[in-house]
Design a protein around this ligand. Structure first.
Ligand SMILES: Cc1ncc(COP(=O)(O)O)c(C=O)c1O
Length: 379
């Protein structure tokens, strides 16, 4: 890297970092990611526009959808036409599940339940059947996936980064074992924006805005490969997902050509505007740079936990992890969680034995030693 590029990168990161104001003890991005000032200002501006109701306010407000789709397309590698928006990760997964006409779908039973219920529901109504494998803690490695495939398997649905273990899936390896014809459905919410992943390996990528992207709730991107577009029917879709939506002629209109066919209705422009702004901020530094800083922070936290004698349950290898670090506090997680809160450290309580930390590029590493010190007596 030449000196001037290095300087530019440092300046871009400083300005990115300055945009955020979370408390120094906030280690909970896997739960939700506090939005930047730019996001908050954009939402306030859009609300102001709505309040003033000048002539084309509604068009201006809904134009935020396009900004969000464009930025998501650039960051994910999917063509704009193949990127749509929906209300949440769960809703997107339901739309995909109900759009698959049949066959069985392999899912880790230990997945975040957003990934299991859609398939349980389609099983119940005689469409795609769910084939649950593993359980809490199972890593969906290519070998585990290969072991779960049957002749009936038409799709595998997996999180890019597992909410519980922090395991980063090997999407290239999974793609290789499932072959080109089965669909690879990826819930990207625990990695999109911070993990440098080849997202276009997926036939379906769904990523909500509220966690690592730091845009708040109410919107998710839904991106599909051409195979995904061909095979997933626009069944749970609505009036904004069809051609000529404002021709109110009492007829059923054909679906839109691209991923926007999965639209059910207009989304909140405050959500889509926040999403667009948050994605634009990510682009100012780039995901590879964010991924590198997150990996350094995760490793820093792991080292502090090791030094304090706290067992680390999440993967240590960079290729198998992203921003989640899981600590074991056998049988004392609730007490440990309360002690962390008393020290102004925010983390997630997972069951009786585990504390889930999650670090972002803006996290201040000084807090890691403190977090480890708080946990040490509970091991
Ligand atoms: C892997 C995963 N998928 C989905 C969700 C939920 O997403 P949404 O609230 O956008 O449906 C979460 C966490 O809340 C999660 O960890």
């Amino acid at each position: 890297m030449n000196t001037s590029a290095g300087h530019d990168d440092a300046a871009a990161f400083a300005s990115y970092s300055d945009a955020f104001t979370e408390a120094p003890g906030y280690l909970n991005f896997a739960s939700y990611g506090p939005p930047s000032r730019a996001v908050r200002e954009r939402v306030a501006h859009l609300l102001e526009l709505a309040g003033n109701a000048v002539a084309d306010a509604s068009d201006v407000l809904h134009h935020e959808d396009l900004r969000a789709r464009e930025a998501f397309a650039r960051l994910s590698g999917f063509p704009l036409e193949n990127v749509g928006l929906t209300g949440s990760t769960s809703l997107g997964l339901f739309q995909v599940a109900f759009g698959l006409p049949g066959g069985s779908v392999l899912v880790n039973a230990g997945e975040f339940p957003s990934n299991t219920y859609p398939w349980l529901r389609t099983s119940a109504v005689g469409r795609a059947r769910v084939d649950l494998t593993g359980g809490p803690g199972t890593r969906m490695t290519p070998d585990v996936v290969a072991g779960g495939l049957t002749d009936d398997t038409v799709a595998v649905s997996v999180s890019a980064v597992d909410f519980r273990t922090g395991y980063r899936a090997d999407l290239a390896g999974i793609r290789e074992v499932i072959g080109p014809d089965r669909l690879l459905v990826v819930d990207g919410i625990q990695g999109f924006g911070v993990a440098d992943v080849e997202w276009t390996l997926a036939d379906v990528l769904i990523a909500g805005a509220q966690k690592w992207v730091r845009a708040g709730w109410g919107v998710a991107a839904l991106a599909l490969s051409s195979q995904g577009m061909e095979r997933i029917e626009p069944l749970l879709t609505g009036w904004t997902g069809v051609t000529d939506p404002r021709r109110y002629d009492g007829e059923e209109h054909p679906p839109l050509p691209g991923a926007q066919r999965f639209s059910i209705s207009n989304l909140s422009p405050y959500a889509t505007g926040a999403f667009a702004e948050a994605l634009a901020l990510i682009e100012t530094v780039g995901v590879p740079a964010i991924d590198g800083i997150v990996a350094t922070h995760a490793q820093g936290l792991v080292e502090q936990l090791d030094a304090a004698g706290v067992e680390v349950l999440s993967p240590r290898d960079r290729s198998e992890s992203a921003g989640i670090v899981v600590a074991e506090v056998p049988g004392r997680a609730a007490e440990a969680h309360a002690a962390l809160a008393a020290a102004d450290i925010t983390a997630t309580l997972h069951g009786e034995d585990r504390i889930r930390f999650s670090v972002h590029a803006t996290t201040r590493s000084e807090v890691f030693g403190e977090a480890a010190k708080v946990l040490a007596p509970f091991t």
